[in-house]
Design a protein around this ligand. Sequence first.
Ligand code: 6PG
Length: 264
Amino acid sequence: MTNKGTGVARSGIYACRGDRRRVYPDVKALTSAAARAIVDLAERALRERGRFLWVLSGGSTPEPVYREIACQHAHAIDWRGVHVFWGDERCVAPEDPRSNYGNARKLLFDHVPVPLAGIHRIHGEDGAQRAAADYEREIESMRADANGGVLFDLVLLGLGADGHTASLFPGLHAVHEQSRRVMAEYVSAEQMWRISLTPRLLSDTREVLFLVAGASKAEIVGRIFAPSSATGQDIPAQTICPEQGQVRWFLDKAAAARLGNEPV
Ligand code: 6PG
């Protein structure tokens, strides 16, 4: 039994762990597999429901994935039914290299015919609190068309070496927030305000795909999947657990170095 809105079971075991875990030999293989998985999910959602609601991740790991979709799979998707959102954002203008929206636009959305109305970005430049409140309203306005069902088709996420995902950093209130769906908080480690979807909203999806690469992630990946995981720990990534969906972890060999050989 899980606590509502989190992936941490009462027993202290990470309930969502190992839903589906794939280890790829390198970043290139991980990138191709992730691009393929995203395209497959988009095709299925468009075929079955006529639209694909996709939450994008910031960070460096998904960047080649966005590039690969633009270069190799653009024609496989009917972009007219695609709606993209962001899991988090910095309080900067879109032209700033730190903007998650700006980066995804350059790598992907400048190259595919996604309608303007399908791009739902966080307006970080409007100020943290206002941007968070506006974004929550914008996302909730999409819910009317979800017929009371699950909102997103895919939430793409990364993992920080400290266990953060989106802008849910250890110790922030947003990690355990139960009512608000989008929150702005000051992240001292980064010395800046960040806006993030909360676990409750990030879990309102049919599919979560974590993309994790590099040796710097090996320790936290090992902790997340350790049998005693979650007991008294504060690992934000573990709070993402869709009640009506699945979590898949795509790891490269370096990030998976501390995992055992148990079947996945
Ligand atoms: C961001 C993120 C953040 C990121 C992780 C992993 O905007 O930076 O959303 O949560 O996904 O820090 O980043 P890497 O992919 O660069 O390791």
